[in-house]
Design a protein around this ligand. Structure first.
Ligand code: MN3
Length: 220
């Protein structure tokens, strides 16, 4: 059983980069639906259970496509909410140096180009691959969480439902606003530290750690 945690900020906190209307549909309908379908599939196959990270990796390895797609989408969305903040700041310290080492001054342009060049639905990631920062995109529900040696640092959702209400087909404007106004650099730094073995990486919230409406709804 996995839960749908509440957003870590108000629905309108990311406006105007992402509108309240988009956040409501995206969290309360899209993310919620992935959680609902994942739980329905887990009820049929209890041996597929565990933490959501374990569910995703096991489903990938045994090619359980429907479970993988829904579980990975639930995971990717929660990581996406954590990847954004109304108070983004800027990369600093050792992490800023690692960004520069990996991309010189081109991290922003590479990330945006990766998102623009990605055909169809998916996700653009900043990730640590065995300690080295890298930018990549994945198709549909695919996730770096299932890739050995990879730690996700930040992710941007490039499914059309993430930006279509606000920007129609202008994915480039969405990616630029995302990087410039929303990317959560304090979170990225913590994930980078964790990729080096210092501290614990982000994990999908367990049912017991979530309170309030979301937990109540998913328990019913
Ligand atoms: Mn989405």
């Amino acid at each position: 059983m996995i839960v749908l945690p509440d957003l870590p900020y108000a629905y309108d906190a990311l406006a105007p980069a992402i509108s309240e209307a988009t956040m409501r549909v995206h969290h309360d309908r899209h993310h919620a639906r992935y959680v609902e379908v994942t739980n329905a599939l887990l009820a049929e196959t209890p041996s597929a259970g565990g933490t959501l990270e374990e569910i995703v990796t096991k489903a990938w390895l045994r090619s359980a496509r429907k479970l993988f797609n829904n579980a990975a989408q639930a995971l990717n969305h929660e990581f996406f909410w954590a990847s954004m903040t109304p108070e983004p700041g800027a990369p600093s310290g050792e992490f800023a140096q690692a960004l520069e080492r990996a991309f010189d001054t081109e991290a922003r342009s590479k990330f945006i180009a990766e998102g623009l060049g990605h055909f169809g639905s998916g996700w653009v990631w900043l990730a640590a691959d065995h300690g080295k920062l890298t930018i990549l995109s994945t198709h549909d529900a695919d996730t770096v969480v299932r890739m050995p040696g990879m730690t996700p640092i930040l992710v941007c959702d490039i499914w059309e439902h993430a930006y279509y209400l606000d920007r129609q087909n202008n994915r480039g404007a969405y990616l630029e606003a995302w990087w410039d106004k929303l990317a959560n650099w304090r979170f990225a730094e913590a994930q980078y530290e964790a990729s080096l073995g210092r501290g614990t990486p982000w994990a999908y919230p367990a049912a017991s750690s979530v309170s309030g409406q979301a937990a109540a709804a998913s328990a019913s």
